[in-house]
Write a protein that binds this ligand. Structure first.
Ligand SMILES: [Zn+2]
Length: 416
């Protein structure tokens, strides 16, 4: 490509370009074609010097001189941009890479390219589909996680549920760099089982560890479709169940003691978030405040006891395998008979998942990092886009953002 002129304004740069191609063969008969004038094509390229760049491509039109050939005229092609494209191929790659690597929006990229949202998205969408169709994406996966979330609050209650399928495979150093592999509508064993079937026998045969949230439907899908794998309950979800139990006790005690739902100024309401933090992450100030508020707000020590139970559950995942197993045994023995009904209920549901909880220690301890990391990226993507209306677009954006292209960050302290 040759640049024949550059004109700039405060808003944009305009580059006139043409190929140096001087000979072309007819695509049908191979006869050397003759020039048939030019067609000016407008394109948008990667921004430069802080300005959008527009290209004016004087595209050559050729004509086949052979009167018996059906070709007639044809237009030159160049990898710079496909036929009818509005963005150059590299501009599309630039924008798609940005969505893979950073928390940014299509609107922000469109602004930098100097195009409308729809023009930007049309290019990115095709590129995203191409990248996601790459078969290498699903190669060498040996640990699979599954998790559900709500992607939209429109429609009937429960209709916005999504099942996310996550790669939990470890690298040589034993680290998990979680990658989102797919999103399928619905929260059901069938949604997961259908997806597993679709990936074929080789994929299923490669899965050694299947990580789950405590939902029977997913467990059944794993039993049916991944019979060779070890089922592990995801540490993140186990800890979350414990946190939810503390919250339930807090709300009940709040109601019992003050006769109303928690509000500003109530001692238990003020510590609702601190109660969820791991004891090892509490600052001295937080710990002192927690103790003070529990002394006034929790006369029968129910929240306090639930909090200790929750901390014990968290400790399972911070302990050595031997100590961890011992803690699980203690928890499954003591929680179900706990006088606090919420903890007893938690104990019963954990007992139903005993082997999947213990399997954590047989699989080198899948940390709660992967699910949490992916959930975080998905949430941010949704927030930045200010929600999604179209599931297909939502899926593409999440697969770009959470597809494993971002630097892996360890869990930071002070994070429940
Ligand atoms: Zn021809």
């Amino acid at each position: 490509m040759h640049i024949t002129s550059v004109t700039g304004s405060a808003e944009s740069l305009l580059l006139r370009i043409e190929t140096d191609q001087s000979l072309a063969g007819c695509p049908a008969c191979g006869v050397v074609a003759i020039g048939h004038g030019r067609r000016r094509i407008r394109l948008h390229d990667i921004p430069c010097f802080g300005r959008p760049v527009r290209l004016l491509w004087a595209k050559r039109v050729w004509r086949c001189p052979d009167s018996g050939c059906p070709t007639g005229t044809f237009t030159e092609e160049h990898p710079l941009a496909g036929p009818r494209a509005k963005l150059t191929a590299r501009a599309v790659r630039w924008a798609t890479n940005a969505l893979e690597r950073f928390d940014t929006s299509v609107a922000a990229l469109a602004y930098q390219l100097g195009v409308s949202w729809h023009t930007a998205w049309d290019g990115i969408e095709a590129e995203a589909r191409r990248r996601i169709a790459d078969e290498g994406r699903l190669k060498d996966v040996d640990a699979l996680g599954v998790d559900e979330h709500v992607w939209t609050h429109t429609g009937l209650p429960g209709s916005g549920m999504i099942t996310g399928i996550v790669d939990h495979t470890r690298d040589e150093e034993g680290k998990v760099h979680a990658r989102l592999l797919d999103l399928v509508p619905g929260r059901s064993g069938k949604a997961y089982a259908d997806w597993l079937k679709e990936q074929g026998k080789d994929f299923a045969a490669g899965i050694k560890v299947a990580t789950l949230d405590p939902f029977r439907g997913y467990a059944n899908a794993v039993r049916d479709e991944l019979p060779e794998s070890i089922t592990v309950l995801d540490a993140f979800h186990v800890v979350k169940l414990g946190g939810a139990a503390v919250d339930d006790v807090r709300r009940r005690v709040q109601q019992d003691t003050l006769g109303h739902r928690g509000r500003k100024g109530d001692p238990l309401y003020g510590i609702r978030r601190t109660l969820q933090i791991g004891a090892e992450h509490l600052t001295e100030k937080q710990a002192a405040r927690l103790e003070k508020k529990l002394t006034t707000g929790d006369p029968k020590d129910e929240v306090t006891l639930a909090w200790h139970c929750y901390q014990k559950l968290r400790a399972v995942y911070h302990a050595s395998p031997a100590r961890g197993r011992q803690l699980v045994t203690e928890i499954l023995t003591s929680f179900p008979t706990c006088p606090i009904p919420e903890i007893a209920r938690l104990g019963r549901s954990l007992r139903a998942w005993k082997s999947a909880i213990l399997a954590y220690f047989d699989t080198g301890g899948a940390s709660n990092g992967p699910t949490e990391a992916i959930n975080g990226v998905i949430e941010t993507t949704r927030r930045i886009a200010r929600g999604f209306r179209n599931f297909a677009n939502y899926r593409l954006r999440c697969l770009l953002a959470a597809g494993g292209h971002r630097p892996y960050r360890r869990k930071t302290a002070n994070h429940a």
